[in-house]
Design a protein around this ligand. Structure first.
Ligand SMILES: Nc1ncnc2c1ncn2[C@@H]1O[C@H](COP(=O)(O)OP(=O)(O)OP(=O)(O)O)[C@@H](O)[C@H]1O
Ligand SMILES: O=P(O)(O)OC[C@@]1(O)O[C@H](CO)[C@@H](O)[C@@H]1O
Length: 304
């Protein structure tokens, strides 16, 4: 079973304004509320590609109810830890440019934190993959991801981690099955600036040497890289109308893990990752199964 764990889910409030006038009253031309948070996006794509998952994390208040109900309607199993404070609302402002304003998330009590750890330790077995995704709620103690990874490893399961900074660095020696920084996050992680594809590959290989089994690096309109012990692979860039950047990386993780859990073939999984990430980029919301299948034959990867 694949589990996704979203410590800080959100309602994504997508607001279209056409033209944005800062400091003035702006009127929306369209708005949508969607369940969000990186792990939740991964679960939604996994469901669409026939690799069902179980969604875990913290949910609270009316915003939490909205997310739980939506996932239920999509047939996604979940066992969230209910918390006192409301799940956050993240604003995705679509004007001439896309602007995101992400909330801090609820303050959690010690009891709520312990209940989530207990749920994880009860559910996970050595057959499972746990996808740990996204930021941690503002008030949560530092190093909490490490506590979760400890439980996952103790239960003999594999894990994927999609976060940034110290939480990502600390996870590397625990040998994640997959990490997927984008090129900017990778540069930040190593306090550097990239000037070429070679620079990106060199730093991606550091992640591999530090313990990661499969390194995926997404590069938006420049495609993606996969680095494993067998070699380094570059994907092509699919050409369609770009509509959305929210959730492309999560879709890529879902495509990779959904396929890898069934085939154990990193190259095939890479193609699925690129198809899912691209399909979301070219959609208004997360990609549909039909569109992912349509794009799959367009994906090519080459060893570099
Ligand atoms: N402009 C684009 N043109 C073509 N393909 C794209 C474009 N943007 C994204 N993709 C595809 O989607 C993949 C994931 O996108 P991206 O690199 O933006 O992920 P990310 O930065 O993790 O996204 P997110 O904003 O969801 O965190 C890319 O590696 C690429 O395959
Ligand atoms: O604040 P975080 O946890 O870093 O990111 C949260 C978020 O921006 O990531 C998803 C897209 O990847 C959205 O659904 C959600 O709003």
């Amino acid at each position: 079973m694949i589990y996704t764990l979203t410590l800080n889910p959100s309602i994504d409030y997508i607001v279209h304004v056409g033209h944005l006038e800062i400091g003035d009253v702006n009127r929306m031309t369209e708005d949508f509320k969607l369940p969000g948070g990186k792990g939740i996006n991964v679960s939604r794509i996994l469901q669409r590609i026939g690799a069902p998952s179980y969604a875990l994390g913290f949910l609270g208040g009316f915003t939490g109810d909205f997310i739980e109900k939506w996932l239920l309607e999509e047939g996604i199993h979940s066992q969230f830890t209910r918390v006192e404070q409301d799940t956050r609302i993240n604003v995705k402002l679509k004007a001439e440019e896309e602007t995101e304003i992400n909330g801090l998330g609820p303050i959690l009590s010690e009891d709520e934190i312990n209940r989530l750890k207990f749920t994880l330790s009860e559910l996970i077995t050595s057959d499972d993959i746990v996808v740990l995704s996204g930021s941690t709620p503002g008030g949560l103690r530092k190093g909490f991801y490490q506590e979760l990874i400890h439980i996952i490893k103790e239960n003999g399961a594999e894990f994927v981690i999609d976060t940034t900074g110290d939480d990502l660095l600390a996870a590397l020696p625990k040998k994640p099955l997959l990490v997927k920084p984008n090129n900017h996050e990778l540069a930040e992680l190593y306090h550097t600036t990239f000037h070429s594809l070679d620079d990106i590959v060199t730093h991606g290989k550091k992640l591999l040497n530090d313990g990661v089994k499969n390194v995926l690096i997404s590069m938006a309109g420049d495609g993606a890289l996969l680095i494993t012990q067998e070699g380094t692979y570059l994907s092509n860039v699919l050409k369609h109308e770009v509509k959305n950047s929210v959730g492309a990386g999560d879709s890529m993780i879902a495509g990779f893990i959904g396929n890898f859990s069934q085939t154990k073939d990193p190259l095939d999984a890479f193609k699925w990752g690129v198809a899912c990430g691209s399909a979301t980029t070219f959609s208004d919301d997360l990609a549909t199964e039909a569109f992912i299948n349509e794009l799959l034959p367009e994906v090519t990867v080459k060893k570099i």
